[in-house]
Unconditional design. Structure first.
Length: 130
């Protein structure tokens, strides 16, 4: 009887350990992706030289924060992305914004990328809304 109980307890513990990652993985899938493909960008806006708001052809809006000021974003209004790995700009992955400056192209490191909710995107002031 004790052996049966022990086998049953071990089996329950084993099943619980298998189910825990599934629950965690399912909850992570509900978070919006923190990556985008620059090729899908239809518009962007910045009212300073450190934060960009990017709109994709899907309607999604992303906030891209730079590690330092990137002179030229607001002056020349030209910019492109240079992902270090693959074709996406992602939070936590190295990447750069290439801006035009008075001295030529300037590469500015990306600090973070965040998908805005629809409400956050609608609440952006006109000078920041892409």
């Amino acid at each position: 009887m004790q052996r049966t109980f022990l086998v049953l307890a071990v089996s329950v513990a084993a099943l619980a350990s298998f189910m825990t990652p599934t629950v965690e993985a399912a909850s992570k899938k509900t978070e919006p992706a923190q990556c985008f493909r620059p090729a899908r960008m239809v518009n962007w806006m910045s009212d300073d030289d450190r934060t960009l708001y990017v709109k994709l052809n899907t309607g999604a809006v992303f906030q891209v924060d730079l590690a330092n000021d990137c002179p030229g974003l607001t002056t020349y209004r030209t910019m492109s992305f240079n992902p270090d790995f693959g074709e996406q700009i992602c939070n936590g992955r190295a990447g750069r914004v290439i801006s035009r400056s008075g001295a030529g192209p300037l590469a500015c490191e990306i600090k973070s990328v965040r998908a805005l909710t629809k409400d956050e995107a609608k609440a952006l002031p006109d000078k920041q809304r892409p």
